[in-house]
Write a protein that binds this ligand. Structure first.
Ligand code: MSP
Length: 516
């Protein structure tokens, strides 16, 4: 058994969770569940990023102390994880003392090693936005955009981390670890970024400007700024868990790959004498109906409300089926409903219903033994069995390569083939015959359908955990402890009593929640 440590990004609590946050949790959950099925000891971390200017401002706007604000909003993120059946083992908040301690220990370690220095920083500062501006923020005519209000040039002392001196090490590290970033083409993007000289990283803010942060252990007049606080969460969570660091995967969105995760983080760890994570998985972004998600324009999907309306597994299925990991995707209600109806309700749902109905109608609800070996049946059964073997082998390797959308396509192609097999055998006709040959073929047919359904279901628990559970339950099946054994065509279901009916994917009744 191998340890497998996987994390999501930690979400800013200055707003409520949206579909992008939900997707990242579900994607990571699919990987975590898959690794568990494969026998790994998984530690799955998610959580929230609670410090910084924006949170301080949002709390102020709501008229509550920042800690209270964080307590409230972080609860929404936790509730989303519970709602979406996310199997995280831990939920970290950066305001927890366990985290503050680790951040301060690492900062002190770096300071003692001479990796952090104090310097003056001169730049243009927007008081309204409370941020330093860069040349690229200017209008083409050189003026500053309205949103920045009054802009003045100020000088401020701050602490800097010696990032630059690790540039060559990182380039070498990336060259010798070609799989550091998935998808691979994103690794090239990191190397491109590193082709320019790095600047040392400003890691502090004076406390009179930003109160809501972790004070530097060597100068309490400053707090540590953003990434030095946030990234460390991954390490905090396993600092007392031998055998889990380095992380196997940090799952993040493409926007926070370069520079924070692919440059700052490995260098911070290297400077501390800690191993860098093994890999980063950068997913793409969801848009909604072709436009960027935005609360202010109403172009927004509330994941919890959506899951309430259509079912948690339907949402999980759609996100994983629709998005190719690494690419961007569009979330449209029409596409969701098309998949819901065609793939979930009419294909999988239909197979479940037919299996139950026919077993009840023709075999008193008890799944018969297949009589294929005794000659009842022919190529139709054998073809389905061969297709199963190919489907299973493909799906496992697609899962290993994070090609979950194709893995689901293959799984559902097997469901389609099973439905086609039913049409071919037409058990409703066999059931009318009193011929012994037909009766034997009917028994083989019922056994074959039930077994094919059990097997297709065995490929689903990572993506649709509760659907898989429900189908197994109506088949009277309790999966064994070794998942790979579950994936073998056999006779596990012989003699099992099936349920009368199952409603897995009811027709959606309520009107759409998605606004345009
Ligand atoms: N707090 C930082 C991450 C620190 S990790 C040490 C942050 N937070 S965030 O709330 O802005 O984003 C959290 C995650 O959600 C990121 O991985 C981000 O890419 C992802 N998404 C935010 N919007 C998204 C979409 N529209 N689509 C898919 N994921 C996106 O960044």
């Amino acid at each position: 058994m191998k340890n497998f440590y996987i994390t999501t990004a930690i979400d800013y609590v200055n707003g409520s969770p949206h579909l992008g946050h939900a997707y990242e949790k579900v994607l990571t959950d699919v990987i975590a569940r898959y690794r568990r099925l494969m026998g790994d000891t998984v530690f799955f971390l998610t959580g929230v990023d609670e410090h910084g200017q924006k949170v301080q401002q949002s709390a102020k706007a709501r008229g509550v102390p920042p800690q209270q604000f964080c307590d409230e909003v972080s609860q929404e993120f936790r509730a989303m994880c519970a709602k979406l059946d996310i199997s995280n083992d831990d939920f970290i908040r950066t305001t927890e003392s366990r985290h503050k301690k680790v951040v301060r220990d690492l900062l002190q370690r770096l300071f003692d090693k001479g990796e952090i220095y104090k310097a003056e920083y001169k730049g243009f500062y927007s008081t309204r936005q409370e941020q330093f501006l860069q040349e690229k923020d200017r209008n083409p005519d050189g003026s500053w955009p309205e949103i920045f209000g009054e802009v003045s040039e100020i000088t401020e002392s701050n602490y800097f981390f010696k990032l630059r001196q690790y540039q060559d090490w990182l380039i070498q590290h990336l060259k010798t670890n070609e799989d550091f970033v998935f998808p691979r083409y994103r690794q090239k993007q990191v190397l491109e970024f590193l082709s320019e000289p790095l600047n040392d990283l400003c890691i502090s803010r004076p406390r009179d400007r930003l109160e809501w942060g972790i004070p530097l252990p060597f100068d309490e007049q400053f707090v540590t700024y953003v990434w030095f606080d946030a990234l460390v969460n991954y390490y905090t969570a396993v600092v007392d868990k031998p055998g889990f660091w380095p992380a196997d995967f940090h799952v993040i969105g493409k926007d926070i790959l370069v520079p924070p995760h692919a440059v700052y983080w490995p260098i911070m760890l290297k400077a501390c004498g800690i191993e860098p994570p093994k890999s980063l998985l950068a997913h793409g972004w969801w848009s909604i109906n072709g436009a960027k998600m935005s609360k202010s324009t109403g172009n927004f999907v509330e994941p919890i409300a959506f899951a309430d309306q259509y079912g948690v597994d339907a949402l999980r299925y759609f996100m994983i089926r629709e998005m190719s990991v690494g690419q961007d995707s569009d979330f449209s209600q029409a596409q969701f409903l098309a998949r819901y109806n065609a793939e979930l309700a009419n294909n999988l749902g239909n197979l479940v219903n037919r299996t139950l109905n026919m077993t009840n109608r023709f075999a008193a609800g008890l799944i018969p033994a297949s009589e294929l070996a005794a000659g009842a049946g022919d190529e139709a059964e054998k073809d389905l069995m061969l297709l199963w073997e190919k489907t299973r082998d493909d799906v496992l390797s697609l899962f290993d390569g994070f090609q979950f959308h194709i893995a689901l396509e293959r799984t559902f192609a097997f469901v389609t083939a099973t439905n086609a097999y039913i049409e071919k055998r037409a058990p409703w006709k066999l059931g009318k015959s009193t011929e012994a040959r037909d009766q034997a073929l009917l028994r083989t047919t019922l056994a074959t359908i039930a077994e094919a359904l059990r097997l297709a279901t065995a490929l689903l628990p990572a993506v649709m955990p509760s659907t898989a559970k429900k189908i197994n339950a109506v088949l009277g099946h309790e999966p064994g402890a070794v998942w790979r054994d579950e994936l073998l065509w056999g006779s596990r279901l012989t003699g099992k009593k099936v349920a009368e009916t199952a409603i897995l994917f009811p027709r959606p009744e309520k009107p759409a929640t998605e606004k345009k």
